[in-house]
Design a protein. Sequence first.
Length: 438
Amino acid sequence: MNKSLIICDRLIYGALLAMIFFLPYSFALIAVCQATMTIAWVSKRFLFGKEFSRQGCAQGFNFFSNSMGWALMALGLLIVLTMPFSHDPALTFKKLFTRYLQQIFLMYLVTETVHSRKRLYGVLAVLLLTFFLVTVDIMIQCMSGHSFVHHNPLTNGRVTGPMNEPNDLGTLLATVLPVVLASIIAFRKKKPLLVVISLLFLFLVVALGLTDSRGAWLAFAVSMMALSVCLKRLKITVLIVLMLGVLFWGYGMYCLDTRPDMSNAPTNHGLVLHPSLFNPLGLPASYNISNLFFNTSNRELYWDTAVNVIKHYPWFGCGYNAYVQTLRDLHVNHEEYPHNSLLHITAELGIVGLLLYLWLFVALCLQGWRVLRAVSCERELYVLGCGASCGILAWMIHSLLDTPWSSLQLSLLLWLLIGILMSLGFVLQNQKGDRPCQ
């Protein structure tokens, strides 16, 4: 292989690892890593075209081999065609390149670059190291009141770690926890590594509880149950159910104690709880647990606002990433995102955009199922694939109750996991000496 081609390939891989490491912490370094990957890929693709096309590992993901590619292309075309009618055309144009195309390109680069077990394990190792630092940051914030990197304060007693909001941190942790648990199961025979990853999983679960994010807890619970179903192991299912029961009991009490907004308690310290055998959370008789845990925390206001925007622009929306500007133009008295991904998508791209995104989600599910079926003969790859799939599921569930679509970091994490999942088939093919995607 041409030495320059090898250098470009390794540069892409190194920049990818660096981006994963800095993902929760630095927008500037993320941009530097992405620019490096783009320049190296362009050099590899166009300056060394003949050598590039001969390499099986470089062929990677055939973008149009499944309906995911067509759905993404249709969405990109919709964004371009509706740009002149956007409430903020300049922002729509900017976000088309710095958000939409950037995320797709990241998925493509991951599937093209992560073509061996060594590289797959390298990506997982850096991801685990990153979240080890995140847990340290969270614990320091919990004890001292401020995180040690960005010096973010606690938000009403809720940890935020490197993120701006507790719910954003909840999405971050709920998304990566299935991958960490899958790593424990996949590498259970490597005792020293098993101990380290198990401790990380424990710390991440504790941190998730400290976010007081009920949507993230729900996403975590569903993803854990989905992972146990995928693995078809009764013991793992029983352990997960017990773990979730203990966690929801302990953190349910913690949440009621630290979030007076849930209970309308008269003090800043929440309810006075007296748990007992028949009243595990210790709630006073006048309180209804379902009303406390399933109230929407004023989300009806944001949902109603999104519905009104959809009524104004039903078919093609107000413009990609132009939702906040639309609220200003309509003189709405708040500038909050809808806190629901389906409403968010429909408000910005209309019913047509929603249908295209549903097409994309269905295509993603079908392609993920095909990948898992293809790697089912390799236990480690299958388990890691299940972990990535359940992480994507957790992200999607929490997006129905919050706004991860508006976060660059959370969006990149989603497409990183999609890329990892899609790369597993190529890892297996290269391991067997086959040429992928012929």
